[in-house]
Design a protein around this ligand. Structure first.
Ligand code: C5P
Ligand code: MG
Length: 230
């Protein structure tokens, strides 16, 4: 068989390869755009242990379209499950009612935001239990300052009510920090660390305080209005 050189076929081949490369590049570019987390709206949700942060955030994310709930505590517990050195460190801190190093918690939140954006296009987040200290807030500012901090909701409830709720929850939660001893330490951490961070956000006019020794639905009425108007 004799092969003949055909300039036309060569042109078609080179042209197709070029178009194919352009198409692949465009697809890669679109993929990269989709995976890059844009500037998101965030609402931080604070309050003592047992104040109802998780319950309210859950309801808000179910009933208000577009908002997702991320719990710093839940993310840490999920990471702890994976074990290893990081899992051990997280467990040690949780079991002692202390805070996990801020960079760890902040990174887990960032990863969870990226996943929610990539998978569901979500760009509005209720972040429960963060920032719980000046260190948490500093870590956030270092890597996440492009996001818009819309509000800081603070659930307020007398400590004796909270202790009662946690002990009740401890009967079924399976959490190793819902015990009298660790609860006491968690409150100490809360008093030491969370007061200064709330004061900081108060100066920025972002704090909204909500009495949370009321029924879930009454609290929800107030929180949902705040979120809808933020
Ligand atoms: O908010 P939650 O009660 O689920 O938090 C449980 C524990 O997770 C805290 O007592 C603390 O040890 C850890 N945590 C943390 N930093 C945060 C939030 C939670 O170290 N910002
Ligand atoms: Mg919680």
């Amino acid at each position: 068989m004799r092969l003949t050189f055909c300039p036309f076929s060569l042109g078609v081949f080179v042209g197709s390869a070029y178009l194919m490369t352009l198409k692949l590049r465009r697809e890669e570019h679109e993929k990269a755009l989709l995976s890059a987390l844009p500037s998101c709206q965030v609402v931080f949700v604070l309050g003592g242990p047992g104040a109802g942060k998780g319950t309210q955030c859950q309801l808000l994310s179910e009933r208000l379209p577009g908002w997702a709930h991320l719990s710093a505590g839940d993310l840490l517990r999920a990471e702890r499950k994976k074990g290893g050195e990081l899992g051990d460190l997280i467990n040690e801190k949780i079991a002692n009612g202390q805070l996990v190093p801020s960079e760890v918690t902040c990174k887990l939140i960032e990863n969870a935001m990226e996943d929610a954006y990539k998978e569901h296009g979500i760009d509005k987040f209720l972040i429960d239990g963060f920032p719980r200290s000046i260190g948490n807030a500093d870590a956030w500012k270092t890597t996440m300052s492009r996001h818009q901090e819309k509000l800081v909701l603070c659930f307020e409830c007398p400590e004796e009510v909270l202790v009662g709720r946690l002990l009740e929850r401890g009967k079924t939660s399976g959490r190793n920090d819902d015990t009298v001893e660790v609860i006491r330490k968690r409150f100490q951490t809360y008093r030491d660390e969370e007061g200064p961070i709330v004061a900081l956000y108060e100066k920025e006019g972002k704090v909204r305080k909500i009495a949370s020794d009321r029924s879930v639905e009454d609290i929800y009425k107030d929180t949902s209005l705040l979120i809808q108007n933020c």
